[in-house]
Design a protein around this ligand. Structure first.
Ligand SMILES: Nc1nc2c(ncn2[C@@H]2O[C@H](COP(=O)(O)OP(=O)(O)O)[C@@H](O)[C@H]2O)c(=O)[nH]1
Ligand SMILES: [Mg+2]
Length: 572
């Protein structure tokens, strides 16, 4: 167990504040989240005030105190409170408890904001607990269905907790489970009149948005007179049935709540949750609907740009470590570039997601190309600088001799040529001069041609004929050298082209592999969604709601069509 990354929060903090109808994310709370590196299991609870929500959340935290209970409700900030604790049964996971404060509180009444808090709790959680008192009633249904209209896609699993439940759990004289009671409560009524419609509509919405539901009922925890100071009671003073029910609820949540994921099976950790909070709160305060897709895209932007930086940093580090300029050949440099580039792309691919139109991968590609070109330039300069200094060293004494007139005598020209050849050999033997070794020497010698020419013309030991032959020989020699240079340049160009092609292929290869993995993931997700919708469709049919069933079937078919078309992608 990675103890170092385990979170220790002594108590809850306010995550999203609702001040005078304005929602803001609390900076301190965001900072706490940003330090949570583990995957987060997020359990949120919503419901009317003073229905025992905070009490239940403290039980999930394994603490007697924490989220403050009813008596202090008036002094409390409205909004969403957060408490991160080590997950009691999943190693290396953090349990994030989100408690909502002040919903339906007439004194602080603000319906629109209540609904936003409600919607945020659903969007941020992986398990969403709806808590109500007494029985499942129409008011609860209406409130719950309303938020299904605020948010586009709900991924949380849904748990209904019913407090102070006083009915017998039975139907037609037969005992039923809490889940069956919930199922019965979600049953539709036959009829087309207004009353039936407004009875059915919220149920249809809830069933559609929460295909998997779970229900827990709780007895009254203690005698009425003890209810206001419940947290001060010993466990033995509580109704044993209630204690048992709380335990069952907690152990269900601990074993069934999954880590929060985003579409594409992207596991959410603290920083990602932080980003979701910010995006949603910003969307709401600028008057937009908090949209799942947009939040994921915003998160992807942040992470993809970080992925590019991480990849580039790795490339720089690798090249800095391996490359010694000048390299002996261009290929040597290009091979080092290629290996580092492959690793950089791997790093990018691993930590990027939803890179729409490969915007960020293209950016990475461009940056790597620029870096490669820069290395090539540096390589030329390093080689040229080194060779120029070497030429000065080696040929300096010869230049001095020329100035001294050592070769200005009969036979001096031959002597000079011989000496020059010796120095050329000496130069050629020096290792690691880099790719500009020949070109630099050719340019150097070219600049000294008039010196050689003057020596040739003034050497009296040579006949005119011999001088002519020598001039021709020099011409041929420099033509050959120029030719060779041209060939060299062509070869370098070819190598660069080949490198560009290989870079492109590497990007495409890694991207294609990633897309295949993503596609399989998406299909799996869609199959799960469709299976749940088919179940609901079947249920509607069995209950005799052919029209509603048909509507859902059309929806399912449109999802299937969309998935068959597939997510098309332009590769780089
Ligand atoms: N009747 C009843 N009271 C409860 C229950 N659980 C907690 N309480 C008490 O109800 C009051 C409000 O509880 P609290 O958890 O703060 O409710 P919240 O406003 O929904 O968070 C407190 O005095 C609790 O002791 C319960 O299951 N039934
Ligand atoms: Mg509370």
């Amino acid at each position: 167990v990675d103890m170092a990354s385990e979170i220790h929060m002594p108590g809850p903090v306010c995550l999203i504040e609702n001040i005078n109808g304005k929602l803001t994310a609390d900076q301190e709370a965001l900072k706490i989240l940003s330090a949570v590196t583990q995957p987060v299991v997020v359990v949120a609870i919503v419901g009317l005030y003073r229905t025992g929500k905070s009490y239940l959340m403290n039980k999930l935290a394994g603490k007697k105190k924490g989220f403050s209970l009813g008596s202090t409700v008036q002094s409390h900030t409205k909004g969403i409170w957060m408490w991160c604790v080590p997950h009691p049964s999943m190693p290396n996971h953090t349990l994030v408890l989100l408690d909502t404060e002040g919903l339906g509180d007439v004194e602080k009444g603000d319906n629109q904001n209540d609904s936003w808090i409600f919607a945020l709790a659903i969007l941020l959680s992986s398990t969403f607990v709806y808590n109500s008192m007494g029985t499942i009633n129409q008011q609860a249904m209406d409130q719950l269905h309303y938020v299904t209209e605020l948010t586009d896609r709900i991924r949380a699993t849904f748990v209904w907790t019913l407090r102070d439940f006083s009915l017998e759990l039975e139907a037609n004289g037969q005992p039923i489970t809490a889940d069956e009671y919930l199922e019965l409560s979600l049953k539709l009524k036959k009829g087309t009149d207004q009353k039936t419609q407004s009875f059915n509509y919220p149920r249809l919405c809830i069933r559609k948005f929460f295909p998997k539901t779970k229900c827990f009922i709780f007895d009254r925890p203690a005698q009425r007179k003890y209810l206001i100071k419940l947290e001060q009671l010993q466990e033995g003073e509580l109704n044993p049935e209630f204690v048992e029910q709380v335990m069952e609820f907690c152990s269900y949540i601990f074993s069934h709540s999954k880590p929060k994921t985003l579409s594409g099976n992207i596991i959410v950790n603290g920083p990602r949750l932080e980003s979701l909070v910010l995006t949603y709160v910003n969307a709401i305060s600028s008057g937009d609907l908090p949209c799942m897709e947009n939040a994921v895209l915003a998160l992807a932007q942040i992470e993809n740009s970080a992925a590019v930086q991480k990849a580039i940093a790795h490339y720089d580090q690798q090249m800095g470590q391996k490359v010694q300029l000048p390299t002996e050949t261009l290929q040597e440099l290009l091979d080092l570039h290629r290996a580092s580039e492959r690793e950089a792309i791997e790093i990018f691919i691993k930590s990027s997601f939803k890179d729409v139109d490969q915007k960020f991968q293209k950016d990475l590609g461009d940056q790597l190309q620029a870096k490669r070109d820069d290395y090539c330039k540096q390589n030329v300069k390093a080689s040229t600088d080194y060779c120029e200094a070497l030429l000065r060293d080696i040929f300096g004494p010869l230049e001095e001799d020329v100035k001294q007139g050592i070769f200005s005598k009969p036979g001096g020209y031959r002597l000079f040529i011989q000496k020059k050849q010796e120095l050329k050999n000496k130069y050629n033997q020096v290792p690691r001069k880099g790719i500009e070794a020949e070109e630099t020497m050719r340019k150097y010698l070219e600049s000294k041609e008039d010196v050689a020419d003057a020596l040739l013309r003034t050497d009296q030991s040579l006949t005119e004929k011999e001088k002519e032959i020598e001039v021709e020989r020099i011409k041929a020699e420099s033509a050959e050298a120029a030719n060779k240079m041209l060939e060299e340049m062509q070869k370098k160009n070819e190598q660069m082209m080949e490198q560009k092609e290989k870079s492109y292929q590497e990007h495409v290869r890694q991207l294609t592999e990633k897309m295949e993995r993503d596609r399989a993931q998406l299909l799996e997700e869609q199959e799960r969604t469709i299976a749940l919708k088919l179940q609901e469709q079947q249920r509607l049919l069995e209950e005799g709601f052919a029209k509603e069933s048909k509507k859902l079937q059309n929806e399912i078919e449109s999802i299937q069509r969309r998935s068959q078309r597939g997510s098309q992608c332009i590769i780089l």
